[in-house]
Design a protein around this ligand. Structure first.
Ligand code: SAM
Length: 211
């Protein structure tokens, strides 16, 4: 099992098994013990990626661009242990919740933007970031990762959850994943992949670095 990023721990909640947790302000009704917030892998693709033991290369204090923040469930945990965290989401309704999550976190910057158009936030997001965490339910997930590669440091990491059904609802997930990985290789070296069952069906966790 690879090391968790500094600031992420396994903790016991209600006498159950140890699960992931980060330390910060509670934001969506999650259980909290001694200031540690339960980070449920079934509710978070990035949480599942850590739970599955992938080496994401992330460390405490890292600069992160988070694509597909929705209402902020996962990015709230990321901002607990990371440094500056830019959270891109294009749907206005979840962004209202995301703003509340950011209120309690000085280093979380919500952006109501389309991740396919990085030129619309390039003036706000710094470059040389340590990581892009991507969870966008959209067709063209490889294109989104390639378009945002410009923000990553040369040795930075892309940690993406690829959703097969967002690319094609009829094609076998394995075939979709192969195609998306091939497209990703236009700009990234793929370091590790893992299917995300039992946490998330028909999703592939990918760790990659700019090439
Ligand atoms: N990452 C979130 C979490 O774990 O808390 C859940 C993300 S949800 C599965 C996928 C999100 O991607 C949706 O909120 C959707 O609106 C957003 N999305 C899809 N296409 C997008 C795009 N082009 N730009 C920004 N957000 C996008």
């Amino acid at each position: 099992m690879t090391d968790l990023p500094e600031g992420v721990q396994r903790r016991e909640f209600d006498g159950g098994d140890e699960v992931l947790a980060t330390r910060g302000e509670p934001s969506y009704g999650e259980p909290v013990v001694d200031g540690w917030r339960r980070w449920e892998a079934h509710r978070s693709k990035f949480g599942a990626t850590l739970e599955l033991g992938l080496d994401t290369g992330l460390s405490g204090g890292d600069g992160v661009l988070y694509l597909g923040a929705a209402n902020g469930t996962t990015v709230s945990h990321v901002a607990d242990f990371a440094g500056p965290t830019y959270a891109v989401e294009f749907a206005p309704r979840p962004v209202r919740d995301l703003l509340d999550v950011a209120e309690a976190r000085e280093t979380l910057f919500p952006l109501l933007k389309d991740a396919r158009k990085p030129e619309t936030y390039a003036h706000v997001v710094e470059s040389g970031l340590d990581a892009i965490v991507q969870d966008v339910a959209t067709r063209g997930q490889a294109d989104v990762a390639l378009a945002n590669r410009q923000f990553l440091a040369d040795d930075g990491r892309l940690v993406a959850a690829i959703k097969a059904r967002s690319e094609d609802v009829t094609e076998a997930p394995e075939a979709v994943f192969e195609r998306v990985l091939d497209e990703l290789r236009d700009g990234y070296e793929v370091l590790a992949t893992e299917r995300m069952e039992p946490f998330h069906d028909d999703h592939l966790a990918v760790v990659a670095t700019p090439e």
